[in-house]
Write a protein that binds this ligand. Structure first.
Ligand SMILES: [Zn+2]
Ligand SMILES: [Zn+2]
Length: 229
């Protein structure tokens, strides 16, 4: 299903550049500048910009501790950097053996290849445009996203946990600085295109570290005990 992409190297000043160069994701033979996120052109503008930034961040970066300390580990780091062995990470001042085992496990389970991260960003964008109230994408973005994931259907994106519709406007609602929509994972230890989606913040928090099937069984068992006479 994936169309042929340009994949030309895009120069960057990142210290992680030689681990994985940034690659142009435009369709092969495109005109204009090479771009890593061409399909975010509309969401990169004006009031939508935080949504584009969220898609890029959630697709490519691990979430880590909210504070910065040697013990807590890096706050956010590129997911593909977390694929490197401990010795190589030390060259970037990331000392895994100085971290608590739970922190290391958490960082390692967020690791993903560059290709996976690029595919996840596209999938999230495809889902955003199918949220109730989402703007209509320009035709070139529609055809780009549909070439990857199939036809888009307006108003069809639901919370991957509770299956209620996820209105686009929830991106602009935040409680105590936390957005009402989060990127979710069917299996929290797998960052790939078949496993990601959006969820209400509360639903994502409730799911926690469980896979969705584990979570539903957990809820079902609770309800059975609660309802037992
Ligand atoms: Zn290109
Ligand atoms: Zn939900």
């Amino acid at each position: 299903m994936t169309p042929q992409l340009c994949l030309e190297r895009i120069p960057s000043r990142s210290i992680y550049e030689h681990i994985q160069p940034r690659l142009c994701q435009c369709i092969q033979g495109h005109t204009g500048a090479h771009q890593e996120f061409p399909y975010l052109a509309q969401l990169n503008q004006g009031v939508y910009k935080p949504i584009a930034n969220k898609i890029k961040r959630d697709a490519t970066m691990t979430t880590g501790a909210a504070w910065k300390s040697k013990e807590a580990g890096p706050n956010r780091i590129l997911r593909w950097v977390m694929l490197l062995p401990d010795e190589e990470l030390e060259q970037y001042d990331i000392v895994m053996r100085a971290l608590k085992p739970q922190v290391v496990a958490k960082l390692r389970e967020k690791a993903a290849s560059y290709e996976s991260c690029m595919a996840v960003a596209k999938k999230l964008t495809w889902l955003v445009y199918q949220m109730p109230g989402a703007p209509l994408p320009p035709p070139e973005i529609t055809s780009y996203l549909e070439a990857h994931f199939g036809p888009m259907q307006s108003d069809s994106t639901t919370c991957m946990v509770c299956h209620l519709p996820l209105p686009f406007e929830l991106f602009f609602k935040a409680a105590r600085g936390k957005a009402e929509i989060e990127t979710g994972h069917r299996n929290p230890r797998l960052h790939d295109v078949d496993n990601v989606g959006f969820a209400h913040r509360e639903c994502n928090i409730a799911q926690g570290n469980k896979t969705l099937p584990e979570f539903y069984l957990w809820i079902r068992d609770i309800l059975q005990r609660v309802d037992a006479p």
